[in-house]
Design a protein around this ligand. Structure first.
Ligand SMILES: Nc1nc2c(ncn2[C@@H]2O[C@H](COP(=O)(O)OP(=O)(O)OP(=O)(O)O)[C@@H](O)[C@H]2O)c(=O)[nH]1
Ligand SMILES: [Mg+2]
Length: 346
């Protein structure tokens, strides 16, 4: 009896199981050591069942962009999702005095493709590091990230819980590095050092069309070295690689990061095809052409291969850390403080 049904070890690996009932990761295809099943049971239909559920409910995905004004953050987000999903800088009052803290805005859209709905939220942080005194300018961003954790936690500890807790937690933070060719600024290091344990940071080199190929390679290498020397772990973090396959895939990605990107929301004709690109006096830079920049690599990584993992790491690692600390500090089940965290802009 039960000869063919091999019981595999609970495949939790480094991530505590928590919420994510068996999405993604592993999917260890059991070849059950030669034993055969006496007839089909139908375990594999879970995949189809999950697919149907996802089709019905859709999913949340929240991206934050951080970097100095004018580095192409809004443009890149629009390039990623091929629409005007991020509000343009024109919407910001430029003539106002330099604000004391960075102002954080979030905009949500529902994007549908192949019957799957994604509720995409872009969290924009205009003017990061644009002030004269940039000490602590990471603080409001850190606060925003923690506020979303707090919201989720409150919902989780409610006696009557929503069937699905709306997820506003930041799943990934695109950090825009200015294409200076020099080294990282103290500000960059400080930001990533402070936030890498509460959010998945993906550093990118902005406006990389302003650098030559050699400058780009050299700069990328230098940035990697500096991040390493400062002990900064960006996403995908080495310690969360689940297995050797993950490790070798992610190693390849880590070796090409930070992606040198170019953004554009203008279409141009190239060889009779419409492509997103930037028209210059000497030609058109095609954003999706891998010979021109690494935008396509970033897009594939962010959306096509690691979206689910970004969500899982956020839930199982970053949120879990916050939650544990919060519940510990509060001596158990009373995470709701009286000096309530500020309402976010959602
Ligand atoms: N050369 C070059 N210019 C770019 C690129 N991406 C955007 N730009 C231009 O840079 C300017 C600023 O772009 P935005 O996307 O508004 O920059 P932002 O980072 O959102 O700026 P703020 O909203 O002020 O923080 C625009 O004129 C864009 O056309 C790029 O990859 N290369
Ligand atoms: Mg912008």
């Amino acid at each position: 009896k039960n000869k063919g049904l091999q019981v595999l070890k609970a495949n939790s690996g480094a991530h505590p199981p928590a919420h994510s009932a068996g999405h993604g990761h592993g999917g260890s295809h059991s070849s059950s050591g030669g034993s055969t099943l006496l007839g089909y049971i139908g375990i594999d239909t879970i995949i189809e069942q999950m697919r149907k559920k996802t089709m019905k409910t859709g999913f949340d995905f929240n991206i934050m962009v951080v970097g100095p004004s004018g580095l192409g953050k809004s443009t890149l987000v629009n390039t990623l999702f091929k629409s005007q999903v991020s509000r343009k800088s024109a919407g910001w009052a430029r003539d106002e005095k330099i604000p004391k803290t960075v102002e954080i805005k979030s905009v949500s859209h529902v994007i549908e493709e192949g019957g799957v709905k994604m509720k995409l939220t872009i969290v924009d942080t205009p003017g990061f590091g644009d002030q004269i005194n940039n000490d602590n300018c990471w603080e409001p961003i850190s606060k925003y990230i923690n506020e979303q954790f707090e919201k989720f936690l409150k919902e989780e500890v409610n006696i009557t819980r929503k069937k699905r807790i709306p997820d506003t937690r930041v799943h990934c933070c695109l950090y825009f590095i200015p294409p200076t060719g020099h080294c990282l600024r103290q500000l960059d290091v400080e930001f990533m050092r402070r936030l890498s344990h509460s959010v998945n940071i993906i550093p990118v080199i902005a406006k990389s069309d302003t650098m030559t190929i050699e400058e780009r390679q050299e700069f990328k290498q230098r940035v990697r070295k500096e991040l390493e020397n400062n002990g900064i772990e960006f996403y995908p973090q080495k310690e969360f690689d689940d297995d050797m396959e993950d490790k070798s895939d992610n190693d390849k990605i880590r070796e090409t990061m930070p992606f040198a990107v170019v953004g554009s929301d203008k279409e141009h004709q190239v060889n009779g095809k419409r492509v997103l690109g930037r028209k210059t006096a000497w030609g058109i830079i095609e954003v999706e052409n891998p010979n021109h920049c690494e935008f396509a690599q970033l897009r594939d990584f962010l959306i096509r291969s690691h979206l689910q993992d970004l969500k899982e790491v956020t839930h199982n690692i970053h949120y879990e850390t916050y939650r544990a600390k919060r519940l510990n500090d509060n001596g158990g089940l009373h995470p709701i403080s009286s000096n309530d965290t500020q309402e976010s802009n959602l």
